[in-house]
Write a protein that binds this ligand. Structure first.
Ligand SMILES: C[S@@+](CC[C@H](N)C(=O)[O-])C[C@H]1O[C@@H](n2cnc3c(N)ncnc32)[C@H](O)[C@@H]1O
Length: 205
């Protein structure tokens, strides 16, 4: 891992911990709500195992998860398309990507995830295109997001969904989502207790 990436990940981890412990005062809409370090390591490892090149992220926030993924994608000269609606978070993410030295691997799509996914879904170039996807935005629309994403995932592609087990308030809806995935014979899926609970889903060949 190049040193600038490690430094920025460490700084963001400190910020995230302070926010979670409410030791610093941040407006709710500006909180990082980042994946855990363990989840970052998992994403990085799967990307490396797959030699993934084309990634889609829904819910970038200030870029902590994006940077974990970029660290692996960068070596493949790959690209991450990432979606975020909050302009303040986008500004902070851009600064973080510059500091980490990975800004040229990241394409930020600003706006509502559902609209951007519908637009991407209509473009032929994205059919079977992404070999790795992270879903980590609002949880209410997770099934709709998944259905729009699936045709854009290559055979053998991996989709990770965060917050399957924590916070508690999402648990029931996320279980419903996992059961929905299990009904699809074209998928293999498992809920793991890593981080806040990660659903690891594979689109079968
Ligand atoms: C849990 S945070 C993402 C954390 C990030 N993946 C990380 O680990 O650093 C969810 C993010 O999704 C964004 N978001 C929520 N609903 C959205 C929507 N409908 N469209 C686009 N972005 C959305 C929020 O602004 C927030 O920054």
């Amino acid at each position: 891992m190049i040193k600038s990436i490690f430094n920025i990940l460490e700084k963001l981890e400190e910020q995230s911990t302070l926010e979670k412990l409410r030791q610093i005062n941040v407006a709710p809409e500006d909180r990082m709500l980042a994946i855990t370090k363990e989840t970052g390591e998992l994403l990085n490892m799967i990307l490396r195992l797959k030699n993934a090149k084309n990634m889609l992220e829904i819910g970038m926030s200030t870029g902590y998860s994006t940077i974990w993924c970029a660290e692996a994608i960068y070596e493949q000269s790959g690209k991450i398309i990432t979606i975020e609606q909050n302009p303040n978070k986008i500004k902070r993410a851009k600064e973080n990507f510059q500091k980490a030295g990975i800004a040229d691997a990241i394409i930020i799509k600003e706006g509502l995830a559902i609209q951007i996914l519908r637009e991407l879904n209509l473009q032929k170039e994205y059919k079977d295109f992404f070999d790795f996807v992270l879903i980590d935005a609002d949880k209410e629309n997770v099934i709709e997001y998944f259905d729009l994403i699936l045709p854009m995932v290559s055979a053998g592609g991996v989709i990770i969904t965060d917050n399957m087990l924590y916070p508690e308030k999402y648990k029931q809806d996320m279980k419903f989502f996992s059961d929905y995935l299990k009904k699809n014979p074209k998928l293999r899926t498992i809920t793991t207790p890593i981080g806040n609970g990660e659903e690891i889903t594979i689109k079968l060949k």
